[in-house]
Design a binder for this molecule. Structure first.
Ligand code: C5P
Length: 291
């Protein structure tokens, strides 16, 4: 095998609870994470040596500033491979948007290089590498629906949900995850989020009632800094969306809809022309529907 192409899907947080600041500077979290259909495509090609990263997005760093580059460097070094890789990222996921766009490309690089070079490394070792690269990277390896805890790298796989229709709205504002967490610590205004009850609902395969406490502790923090968050949620509500929530540290908001056509209607009539608007749905474990 000389080349391989892998889908690298985005994630949303159906719930995100911050439990506290840890001694290592990270926050102890409890989250419910979900893979969605919006995805990058990561093309990998064997080359004699070195790592080259190219992407379809001009804003994406092409050297070691790109997490995909660091993932390639890490796995090639660890496995002592005599050879390199050329990475082309077809970028569809907005950058720094709360959708794990960088983490998912890194996860695809780990999986892809392991296949390309037929490496004899266990899933557990790949998972450990993923966890060193970033808190969201382990989830991105497997996807589907997970309960995530620790810094977000500890995972318990949950049963796949029945397909949920989603509209994503990303306003054109730059959010620094580290800054949002610092603001969270300063404001100390955590929400009541019954994560274990929500996990039980998913385990029992019950229909989701979105009024049951699905929330994100970081949403009010990011919303204090950017009016866009509540403005978008307000417009979604006016347009008939029963539930919407910010994902990660933002700024993307996802809205939940009963039918795909409703999401398409909102996309076609979305009034804020500067936003990125995308209609998608939940995706199952291993995201076989994206290959
Ligand atoms: O793990 P990752 O590099 O993706 O995290 C980016 C930043 O987000 C961290 O440097 C930290 O400021 C913040 N973070 C945190 N607690 C977590 C995950 C991320 O404070 N559990």
């Amino acid at each position: 095998m000389e080349e391989i192409v892998l889908p690298a899907p985005a994630k949303i947080n159906l719930a995100l609870k911050v439990k506290g600041l840890r001694a290592d500077g990270y926050h102890e979290l409890e989250m419910i994470m979900q893979t969605i259909g919006l995805h990058d495509r990561v093309h990998l090609k064997k080359i004699a040596g070195g790592i080259r990263v190219v992407s379809s997005h001009p804003g994406l760093p092409e050297g070691s500033g790109n997490l995909a580059y660091r993932a390639a460097e890490f796995i090639l070094e660890q496995s002592g491979i005599d050879g390199g890789v050329e990475i082309f990222i077809e970028k569809n996921i907005p950058l720094a948007a709360g959708l794990a766009g960088g983490s998912t490309d890194a996860a695809a690089v780990l999986k892809g290089i392991s296949k390309l070079y037929q490496l004899k490394i266990s899933d557990e070792v790949i998972r450990e590498m993923a966890s060193k690269l970033g808190s969201d990277v382990p989830f991105c390896l497997k996807g589907g629906t997970s309960y995530a805890y620790g810094r977000g790298e500890q995972l318990e796989q949950l049963p796949d949900l029945n397909k949920i229709h989603i509209i994503l709205i990303t306003p054109p504002v730059e959010v620094s995850t580290a800054f949002i967490y610092r603001e969270y610590d300063r404001l100390k205004n955590g929400l009541e989020i019954p994560v274990s009850r929500l996990v039980e609902i998913i385990k029992q395969g019950k229909e989701i009632n979105w009024q049951e406490g699905w929330a994100n502790d970081l949403e009010p923090v990011t919303a204090r800094l950017f009016n866009d968050i509540y403005e978008i949620k307000g417009i979604l509500k006016e347009m008939g969306v029963k539930f919407s929530l910010m994902t990660g540290s933002g700024p993307t908001i996802f809205g939940i809809l009963d039918k795909g056509e409703e999401a398409l209607f909102i996309k076609d009539n979305w009034p804020r022309k500067e936003d990125f608007v995308f209609v998608t749905s939940t995706v199952k474990q291993e995201f076989s529907e994206l290959w």
